[in-house]
Structures are given as C-alpha cells and as structure tokens.
Ligand binder design. Structure first.
Ligand code: THU
Length: 150
C-alpha cells in the first residue's frame, strides 16, 4: 500500500469499501462508498444512490453526512473515507483514487466549520490499494461558508 495511513484510517477505508458494495448505481455503473468517523469512534456509512431521473442522484458522502446529522453527530466528525470505482472493474486495471465532488467538498467544509476540528479526508480507489489524505482547505480553497452569512 502507499499513502499516509494510520491504523484507524485503514479501518475507515475498509468501512467505505463495505459501503461501496451497496451502491445503487445502475446508470453510471460507478460505485462509491463513504465512511464517516466521529470523535467517539462511531462510524457511519453511505453509498451513492442513483435515480432514473439522473439529476436526483445522491453521492455517497452526502448520504453519509446527512445520516450522521440525523443521529446528532454533525459537529463531531473527525474523518471521512471515500472509496470508489467502476462496478466490475478488473483488479488488474489501475484504480485512480476518488476525491469528493465539488458539492460534497462544500458539505465537508460545513462540517469542519461547525465542528471546529480538522476532518481527515481519506481517498482511495476501487481496490483500496492506494490512498491519499487531504484536508478540506486543500480540496476547497477560498470556500464560501457560514462565516459569510454571519
Ligand atoms: N459520486 C459519489 O458518490 N461521490 C463523489 O464524490 C463523486 C461521484 C457518485 C455520483 C454518481 O452516482 C457516480 O458517482 C458517478 O458520478
């Protein structure tokens, strides 16, 4: 494996990969799983959830973050792992890491702002064999956020 991983983040990637298996992605045939870790160790998963009306599709990260919020944990997020790749891709093919889309970056940014602590964003590909960890200010510089509305 390559990348900057603690043992805890490795476990989080395993959870994201488990979530990937439940992706409902018959249109893109691209499965994404996300796993959010809270400050008390709780892990909440999400996967992408597509629709025949394509624009309604939900990203894995958005599903996971909204679920965390439903359980009252939105201010307690410390890390999110993202795993994704083409459904049925051959393990022999290289798998690029999946980073959150622009909308999901904005959602993570909000979580970081209201939580007041850094959120590790751990990105991996279809096989989980390579990964990279980012912070939100790297992925979404000069962002709009709650402070703009204060
Ligand atoms: N997708 C995610 O779930 N998260 C991302 O950050 C990138 C894209 C999903 C949306 C769609 O179901 C599929 O991947 C292809 O774009």
């Amino acid at each position: 494996m390559s990348g900057d991983f603690s043992g805890i983040d490795l476990a989080l990637v395993v959870e994201a990969r488990k979530a990937m298996r439940n992706a409902y992605a018959p249109y893109s045939r691209f499965a994404v799983g996300a796993a959010v870790e809270l400050d008390n160790g709780t892990i909440v998963r999400g996967c992408n959830f597509e629709n025949a009306s394509y624009g309604l599709s939900l990203c894995a990260e958005a599903v996971a973050l909204a679920t965390v919020n439903t359980h009252g944990g939105f201010k307690r997020i410390r890390a999110i792992a993202v795993a994704g790749g083409p459904i049925g891709a051959s393990p022999d093919l290289p798998s690029a890491i999946v980073t959150p889309c622009g909308r999901c970056r904005q959602l993570i940014r909000e979580a970081r702002d209201v939580g007041g602590a850094d959120i590790r964003i751990v990105c991996t590909g279809a096989h989980g064999d390579q990964f990279q960890t980012f912070d939100i200010d790297t992925l979404l510089p000069h962002a709009f956020g709650p402070a703009n509305l204060a």
